[in-house]
Design a protein around this ligand. Structure first.
Ligand SMILES: Nc1nc2c(ncn2[C@@H]2O[C@H](COP(=O)(O)OP(=O)(O)OP(=O)(O)O)[C@@H](O)[C@H]2O)c(=O)[nH]1
Length: 495
């Protein structure tokens, strides 16, 4: 089951509960059974699901709730908290410091995405001004060094490895020593994988770990392994001091529940997730926004982070300003298309907004989407400045459409398609009107600045209904002291 499906099932269960006139023991049980079924289908370990159900029932004692209390909200809050608890081992992982050398060792089974993830991790930090380096201590898989070398070269990250040396410990020591001398602050050691957990793999991992004394060992896990995740994660944890987990292939048809099980097995947090084969398809994993997204609440802080990441710094103030004005011109669309082609899919950004997914660049169709965007841009190149800067699509009369089509060598139908796309995007962006945009690092300020009206515009209709429409939302925010829109709605507070 894909995670989106899991989120959908949970939202539906909550919705059904909300539709009930009276929320009693029976309604609560039905809702919890529905949610449990969805989690089990997503391959979350049975024991975890059972514990969660018991915890919620214990917390939500319907008889104890004084009349007038918002039972619905309390139940939602309990579900949110329990899901967060499942994913939060209660202690943070080691956090490397920029400018101070840290050795990070990656472990995982063959094919889990370990080598790809090492480069993604290095690239993520490099973009933030770190000096990462990659060491290939995988001498088991022929071609592993070539793969790492290729990835590292593309991302301009220094690397170390050998075609002739067969001792991974020796390579790891040499590589780490070399990059320490070169003042790299993030030395990433990629170790061998095997097809299955076997003694030789664990012995090798132990030796590499002993020799390089990593500050952090990251266990890389393929999200599609489902129920097997718990045992696999536990086996790794017993051999090396796993301190964090990265779950890969969250974009595929993954049984995402495995991620939850890995956290329980290693008592270590998930720190990143892989969302595609491309180097920047890699996201910081934060429990509360993740659960918010799972429950269809959107992820505002992730959205803002992505804007900061995807849009060039010099264009950010202008874009955010325009966003808050709600005026979306064709020129703005053109500029964003330029960003997409340069930086990768901005569809990732949109997927973080409540209520809609990456429609512009559907997964698996990136090539077609890119070609479409290029076609759109060619057509926009045939427009006048006035047309590009206008927010009024009526300006585009029939004769102009024909001229633009002729000017760009495209059929009229294509121009119409492009204008439709513009209208669709403009409609989405118009919902942002009046939003106060925080500077980087002030995400909770965004939440505080969102008023009921904004929230009601961007919340998916079924969710809005669930909280009792605009009126319900208003009283909910009042009750929560309007603290934090995402955390606040479910009692999470500031992040
Ligand atoms: N869709 C998707 N594919 C991924 C992701 N991460 C890695 N992959 C793909 O998974 C495959 C295996 O990745 P590798 O990095 O070679 O696997 P590995 O675990 O290093 O394998 P060994 O080096 O043999 O241990 C490659 O085709 C990657 O492109 C992801 O987040 N999403």
């Amino acid at each position: 089951m894909v995670l989106a499906q899991l989120g959908g099932s949970i939202s539906r269960a909550l919705q059904q509960m909300s539709n009930a006139t009276i929320i009693d023991e029976k309604v609560l049980s039905e809702c919890l059974n529905e949610i449990s079924r969805a989690l089990l289908q997503a391959d979350v370990q049975f024991k975890m699901v059972r514990d969660m159900q018991a915890n919620i029932k214990r917390i939500v004692n319907l008889d104890d709730l004084a009349a007038g209390h918002n039972k619905r909200r309390i139940i939602q809050q309990a579900i949110f908290n329990e899901l967060c608890k499942m994913l939060d081992p209660g202690k943070p992982s080691f956090i490397p410091k920029k400018g101070k050398t840290s050795v990070i060792m990656f472990v995982g089974l063959q094919g889990s995405g370990k080598t790809t993830t090492c480069t993604k991790y290095a690239y993520y930090h490099q973009k933030k001004g770190w000096k990462p380096a990659l060491v290939c201590a995988d001498t088991f898989r022929a071609g592993a060094f070539d793969q790492l070398k290729q990835n590292a070269t593309k991302a301009k990250i220094p690397f170390y490895g050998s075609y002739t040396e067969s001792d991974p410990v020796k390579i790891a020591i040499e590589g780490v020593e070399r990059f320490k001398k070169e003042n790299c602050d993030l030395i990433i050691v990629d170790t061998s994988g095997r097809h299955k957990q076997e003694a030789a793999l664990f012995e090798e991992m132990r030796q590499v770990s002993e020799a390089t004394k990593p500050n952090l060992v990251i266990f890389v896990m393929d999200s599609s392994i489902g129920q097997a995740a718990f045992d696999q994660a536990q086996a790794f944890k017993q051999s090396v001091a796993v301190g964090a987990v990265i779950v890969t292939k969250m974009d595929g048809h993954a049984k995402g529940g495995g991620a939850l099980s890995a956290v329980a097995a290693t008592k270590s947090p998930v720190i990143f997730i892989g969302t595609g084969e491309h180097i920047d398809e890699f996201e910081v994993f934060d429990v509360k926004p993740f659960v918010s997204r799972l429950l269809g609440m959107g992820d505002w802080s992730g959205f803002m982070d992505k804007i900061h990441e995807v849009v060039p710094t010099d264009q950010q103030p202008e874009l955010l300003q325009k966003l808050s004005e709600g005026s979306f011109t064709l020129r703005l669309m053109y500029e964003q298309f330029q960003n997409i082609l340069k930086m990768g899919p901005i569809g990732q950004v949109f997927s973080m907004l409540p209520g809609f997914s990456a429609e512009l660049m559907p997964k698996g169709h990136e090539k077609e989407s890119q070609a479409k965007i290029k076609r759109y841009m060619t057509m926009m190149d045939s427009m006048t400045n006035a047309e590009l800067d206008s927010t009024n699509p009526k300006l585009m009369n029939e004769s102009r459409v024909i001229r633009i089509a002729r000017g760009s060598g495209r059929p009229v139908r294509d121009v119409m398609d492009m204008l439709e796309e513009y209208k669709r995007l403009a409609k989405i962006w118009s919902k942002m009107k009046g939003l106060k945009i925080p500077k980087k690092g002030e995400m909770s300020a965004l939440s505080r600045n969102m008023n009921v009206q904004h929230m009601s515009k961007v919340l998916p209709p079924q969710l809005l209904k669930q909280v009792g429409g605009v009126g319900g939302l208003q009283s909910l925010m009042k009750q929560m002291g309007s603290k934090d829109m995402i955390g606040g709605m479910f009692g999470g507070g500031d992040r």
